[in-house]
Design a protein around this ligand. Structure first.
Ligand code: UT7
Length: 324
């Protein structure tokens, strides 16, 4: 018997405040038109001053548990992907654990920036497949609005806040690509490119949180190549090919990157979940947000093949192939 990690529930949460592109026009030399055409973003949500990353994560976690028909008592582990944790420590995951009233199991954060959710899913899959957990709550949650330089038009218009969550559960499989659940994962990083996207502060350097710095066009070039590469690798590991893909649930950084990757994989945009017009780039939260929106719209049918792919600071990138 092969153990597979199947998706049992999905949920998301967005903070109430919606910030349209036009709001940046007052303080920056930018325009709604530039932001829409160069990125695909129309608006994003920003957390309230008293709302933290773990607050967003708890809302998303509760929605995913409700969707799964489970309670926190049924969960063995929480993995929270974030680069904007409430505090330097403890992990935001342990805060979520306590808010949910979960007194057993274990919880930890994963920090792989925009690739964080893919990294968290791969780690959750490993825990389930190795028998160390039967049900894992995997969350992506961010408050990037807290680390933006609102005088830098090249970065501050791109990001938003939000959270998405997935309940993964152990299920019996046959060990073939016909199984439901996660069929393959592929993780990569290359720290020699760390200057392309980083935050210019931290505990052991400035002692401050810092703000996002990015070389956008250079990162763009890496994204289009590396996302297609990791997708092809995951599909191959799963014993599948590009022709087997039903849906891409991509990281939502730029519509031109999303469309370029879909084209390389031979999939039309009708089979790609796009939420960035509403959410902006929510870093580790973008894939579970897109998954939750896609599911709530009834897009995924049992047996279909989904690909999740992401790249971000590090560089760190990767993908997950699963059968719904
Ligand atoms: O989530 C992690 C992964 N992130 C990514 O993969 C992001 C990858 N990069 C991108 O998505 C794009 O590079 C950006 C959206 C960040 C930028 O788009 P671009 O088409 O590469 O623009 P650019 O940086 O080459 O800038 C083109 C022009 C420049 O002006 P000049 O030098 O041609 O006069 C910029 O100064 O657009 C200017 N510009 C803006 N203009 C109006 C940059 N930002 C803005 C802005 N409004 N907000």
């Amino acid at each position: 018997m092969t153990v597979r990690a199947v998706v049992r529930g999905v949920g998301h949460y967005l903070p109430k405040r919606v910030v349209p592109n036009s709001e940046f026009e007052a303080s920056l030399d930018t325009s709604d038109e530039w932001i829409r055409t160069r990125t695909g973003i129309e608006r994003r949500h920003f957390a309230a001053d008293d709302e933290t990353t773990s607050d967003l994560a708890v809302h998303a976690a509760r929605a995913a548990l409700a969707d799964a028909g489970l309670t926190a008592d049924d969960i063995d582990a929480i993995i929270l992907a974030t680069s904007t944790a409430d505090l330097t420590f403890p992990s935001a995951a342990t805060m979520v654990q306590s808010e949910l009233g979960m007194t057993k199991g274990f919880a930890f954060d994963v920090q792989a920036v925009c690739a964080g959710f893919v990294y968290a899913m791969a780690n959750a899959n490993a825990l389930i497949v190795s028998g160390q957990a039967s049900r894992v709550l995997v969350i992506g949650a961010e408050t990037f609005s807290r680390i933006l330089d609102f005088t830098d038009r090249a970065t501050c218009v791109l990001f938003g806040d939000g959270a998405g969550a997935v309940v993964l559960e152990a299920a019996e499989g046959k060990g073939t690509s016909a199984d439901r659940g996660i069929l393959a994962t592929d993780l990569n990083s290359d720290g020699s490119h760390r200057d392309l996207l980083y935050v210019d502060g931290g505990v052991s350097t400035t002692g401050t949180a810092g703000v996002v710095r990015m070389q956008g066009p250079e990162l763009f070039k890496h994204a289009v190549v590396k996302l297609a590469q990791t997708a092809t690798t995951s599909l191959k590991k799963a014993g599948l090919g590009e022709q087997d893909l039903d849906w891409i649930v991509p990281h939502q950084a730029n519509i031109r990157i999303i469309a370029g990757t879909a084209k390389k994989l031979g999939l039309s945009m009708d089979h790609v979940i796009v939420t960035l017009q509403e959410h902006g780039n929510t870093s580790a939260a973008s894939i579970p947000l897109a998954l939750s929106v896609g599911k709530s719209e009834g897009k995924f049918k049992p047996g279909q093949i989904l690909l999740m792919e992401a790249i971000g600071g590090g560089l760190a990138w990767g993908s997950v192939v699963l059968r719904w």
